[in-house]
Design a protein around this ligand. Structure first.
Ligand code: AMP
Length: 214
């Protein structure tokens, strides 16, 4: 099945996507990860979007739609998880068209319910493994005491350049202005399923499993 994980920055979309990848053989398509990779490898597009991302603004629809389009070719294993995409109504329309073109369907949109206070606390405490991208949180899921990533054994951890209070404010503003209308859009299509996003990681994962299988 192909699904969208929808929610504001810090809702835990990336963490939950990785659980679905491990448990169901799904393929995570995170436009945020793709854009960060483009920045790190210094591609022309990566350089172009760097400042936009650091400010907390959205990059153009054209760029992210292009990134997703490239990934839809071929087999999708246990299905795609769209993580951080779509973020605008234009992206949602483009995704619908792309799926039709590739003979695929969208089976569910999982909306993660959280509150802004929790998002600020989570994001300012977040770090990721520099090797595999496993997400840690100083409170909820600290880096293991031996300093090694529990997923790959990596020993370098980094914080995202846009995980600071000022960028987060702007990212939240972008979410409410441009992304939250997608809730109505997918509700109208009968595809929206709400899941509480505030509990422990395993509890949220169980909620998502219930929403997908129920
Ligand atoms: P994320 O890792 O999903 O929080 O994305 C980090 C940043 O990448 C966002 O703040 C945007 O600047 C950019 N970005 C990621 N996905 C999209 C998208 N679908 N549309 C526009 N910008 C995006």
């Amino acid at each position: 099945m192909n699904i969208i994980l929808l929610g504001p920055p810090g809702a835990g979309k990336g963490t939950q996507a990785r659980i679905l990848v491990d448990g169901r053989g799904m393929i995570q398509l995170s436009t945020g990860d793709m854009l960060r990779e483009a920045r790190t490898s210094g591609t022309e597009m990566g350089n172009k979007v760097a400042a936009v991302m650091d400010r907390g603004d959205l990059v153009t629809d054209e760029i992210v739609i292009g990134l997703i389009e490239e990934k839809l070719e071929g087999d999708n294993g246990g299905g795609f998880i769209f993580d951080g995409f779509p973020r605008t109504l234009a992206q949602a329309d483009a995704l619908a068209e792309l799926l039709v073109t590739h003979g695929k369907t969208l089976d569910a949109v999982v909306a993660m319910e959280v509150n802004d206070e929790a998002l600020v606390a989570r994001i300012t405490a977040r770090s990721t493994c520099g090797n595999c991208g496993e997400v840690y949180n100083d409170q909820m899921k600290p880096i293991p005491a031996d300093g090694k990533c529990s997923n790959c054994g990596g020993t370098e951890f980094k914080r995202r350049a846009d995980d600071n209070e000022e960028s987060l404010k702007q990212r939240l503003m972008e979410y409410y202005k441009k992304t939250s209308p997608l809730i109505g859009y997918y509700h109208a299509k009968g595809q929206l399923r709400w899941v509480p996003g505030l509990g422990e990681i395993d509890e949220v994962a169980a909620g998502i499993a219930g929403a997908l299988d129920g």
